[in-house]
Design a protein. Structure first.
Length: 122
C-alpha cells in the first residue's frame, strides 16, 4: 500500500483540516491501496494521488476536503469515460482536473460506499 506524505499528515493535524481527518483517512487508505508505490501529496487545497516519485506523473485520483458547511470530501477518479457506477458522477462543483473523469461526494458522517471500500475481483 502507498503512503501519504508528511505534509498531508501535517495539514490534517492543522486546525483547518482537523475536522475532516476522520473521514479523509479511510478514503485515502483505499485510494493508496491501488498500488504499492502510490503516494498522496499535498497540492494546495487538495491531495493528489499518483504512483512513483516523479511529481509530474498524472494523478489517478485527487481528494478535496471541504471544511465549510456542509463538511464533505470530494474525490475525483481517473476512470474510463463510459464507466458507470453508483454513486459516481460528474464533478459536483467547479473543480477542473485533467484526467479525472468521475467524482464521488462523501458528506461528513456518511459511510464509504461498499464498492469503493472493498477491492474488486480481477
Amino acid at each position: 500500500m502507498g503512503l501519504l506524505t508528511q505534509r498531508v499528515h501535517d495539514r490534517l493535524d492543522a486546525s483547518q483540516w482537523k475536522c475532516v481527518r476522520d473521514f479523509f483517512l479511510p478514503v485515502a487508505e483505499i485510494i493508496l491501496g491501488a498500488s504499492p508505490d502510490a503516494r498522496g501529496v499535498l497540492a494546495g487545497n487538495y491531495v493528489k494521488f499518483a504512483t512513483g516519485l516523479d511529481p509530474t506523473r498524472p494523478a489517478y485520483a485527487a481528494a478535496w476536503p471541504r471544511v465549510s458547511l456542509p463538511k464533505r470530501l470530494i474525490v475525483g477518479l481517473a476512470l474510463p469515460e463510459d464507466f458507470e457506477a453508483e454513486p459516481l458522477g460528474p464533478c459536483p462543483e467547479r473543480i477542473f482536473y485533467r484526467g479525472l473523469t468521475k467524482f464521488l461526494v462523501l458528506p461528513e458522517g456518511q459511510s464509504i460506499p461498499e464498492g469503493l471500500s472493498r477491492p474488486r475481483d480481477c
